[in-house]
Design a protein around this ligand. Sequence first.
Ligand code: GTP
Length: 427
Amino acid sequence: MHLSAETRLNAILDGTGAGTWEYNLDTGEIIFNERWASMLGYTLEELEPLSFETWERLSHPSDVESAHEALNAYLNREATKFECVVRMLHKDGDWRYIHTRGTLFNNDQTAESRWLMGTHLDVTEEKVSQHQLQQLAESLPGVIYTFTLNKDGSFHFPYMSRKAKDFYGVTAAETQSNPERMFETIHPEDVAKVHETIELSRKTLSEWVCEYRIIKDGQPRWLRGVSQPERNPDGSTTWHGVITDIDDQKRLEFQLEALTITDELTGLYNRRYLLRKLEELADQSARYNHPFSLLSLDIDFFKSVNDSWGHLTGDKVLRTVANLIETRTRKTDIVARTGGEEFIVLMPHTTLGDARQVAESLRIGMETESFLSEDDTPFNVTLSAGVVCWDQSINGVRDLLSTCDQLLYQAKRAGRNQVVVSEIGAE
Ligand SMILES: Nc1nc2c(ncn2[C@@H]2O[C@H](COP(=O)(O)OP(=O)(O)OP(=O)(O)O)[C@@H](O)[C@H]2O)c(=O)[nH]1
């Protein structure tokens, strides 16, 4: 069956749900189709007589003005197409968002008669959901976004909420035109982590969760990203997610962490942290066969310091010892106060011989340090020490600690103010 061009065109327009309009710029004649009227809840008959004013009357006054501007820009060739969204009043009293498109049609035979023809499409649903999304994005304490990663590694952000500016210092528009900008804000130390977690999420289609720092106004800030990936038919992956600022929370976390691993009086690490590090170092040494040594130090007759000069002077002595150990050991060594007047130094990559030298230097340093009591009486304090080096024959860190304790005890029994070194691991 042969269908006329008009029938085919009408069928296509029916499929799109668009209303059509034709407007003669010279005579003012206007033609709408039946669907145009039904889009607003009317029949054409109900709206008759039809004129330009019919459209104007049904349109929102502030949108009429911008529609005129768009039309003039098109007719003056400042714009290549005529397109605008106008709110129009439905018969039921609701405003509908109508996407208006038009084009100038010049019939050669009637060149003096200029017809503008176009379509009206109801985009209320899109507009409303767009508006709802925008409102939602504003009320959320984070950035919501959509991120698409193509198979060839290229990527873009199909959606980015306005708050990207507050979080990253990058506007949503910038993230569309230059998606790299978002990744450029990431702290250099966290770039690899961000890429690795994205890759893992892409491969396994599991939720992407990542805590990372960005640099904003020259300062690092902690952010947390959570988003859900989905695979697209072309093999690309799209994540829908939210980024929140966790800087205050992280700062608190670090402060708390610092508190749980620090000895309050001296500022050194505490026993808990030392044990954790000792386990880690023992694991690494077993794997890579790196030597490390442990130094156990104990102030001699500290009870009599307290008894003779008072607790406050005792505390001062503890702080001085802590300071002495810190200044005479390396930055990579872990110095901890593990008991009342006991200290342990964990020395990575250090042989027994080197550790003995450090212990001796501490012993001599202490012996030559002069203290003053509250009433300015000078007094001296000495240290005893045990030194061990990690060896495969040692059965775990508890064994290492107890060996070190026994050596310290030997130093005490042998008259104090001395260093006793383990025979295991001696060159
Ligand atoms: N000032 C002060 N004293 C402490 C602190 N913690 C523990 N002490 C004291 O350290 C002393 C340890 O005494 P002991 O264990 O008998 O050892 P010592 O007197 O050093 O004797 P040796 O270790 O055998 O040389 C006790 O008097 C504790 O009260 C502290 O934080 N501040």
